[in-house]
Design a protein around this ligand. Structure first.
Ligand code: AMP
Length: 181
């Protein structure tokens, strides 16, 4: 019988040195999600802590968080809420500015996507410094939502993002880690 484990998932993630700039190792999940077993196993592993959970919505961060978040929402039988880059959502929005390594960016959510007391699971492909997820959590909480947990395929623990989210009282679920990035 063929077995799968999380080491298999890790080997399916392509490492691209010096992208998008020198010194960064880009962890490319396109090779993972192009593999039929890789995509299935990633979604299965992302959802298992939440199968018996009390969640109302899955929110995903543009763009790789849409691929995984849509599949997670479908598997959990929930609706999906997109969190997008500034100017992409057509209805009334609330936005949050966050810091990147160079400069700032803004993400937005539809102002009526989440109602007071809705329980939300946040999904993205990877957590590094946590700046993006931190801003997404602000948007969900400002919408009145309750942040149940955040789940990512990849954690870069040395950059401190998952620690930062835990310090804000958010449960964090990650599948594989790359240390030293
Ligand atoms: P951060 O806000 O620093 O936690 O960065 C997380 C966001 O940037 C996620 O949406 C990731 O897709 C992307 N990202 C940051 N660092 C990397 C990396 N080394 N490889 C791939 N994606 C990354």
């Amino acid at each position: 019988m063929e077995k799968r484990n999380l080491t298999d998932l890790k080997t399916m993630i392509r490492a691209i040195p010096d992208y998008p700039k020198p010194g960064i190792v880009f962890r490319d999940i396109t090779t993972l999600i192009a593999d039929r077993k890789g995509l299935r196993a990633s979604v299965d592993e992302l959802i298992w802590p939440f199968l018996s959970g009390d969640i109302d919505y899955v929110a995903g961060i543009e763009a790789r968080g849409f691929i995984l978040g849509g599949a997670v929402a479908h598997e959990l039988g929930l609706g999906f809420v997109p969190i997008r880059k500034k100017g992409k959502l057509p209805w009334r929005t609330i936005g949050k500015e966050y810091s990147l390594e160079y400069g700032v960016d803004t993400i937005e959510i539809h102002a009526d996507a989440i109602s007071k007391g809705d329980k939300v699971l946040l999904i993205d492909d990877l957590i590094a410094t946590g700046g993006t997820a931190d801003a997404a959590i602000d948007l969900i909480r400002e919408s009145g939502g309750e942040m149940v947990a955040a789940a990512f395929v990849v954690d870069l623990p040395d950059l401190g993002g998952s620690r930062k989210l835990k310090d804000r009282g958010v449960r964090v679920h990650t599948l594989v880690e790359f240390e030293g990035d």
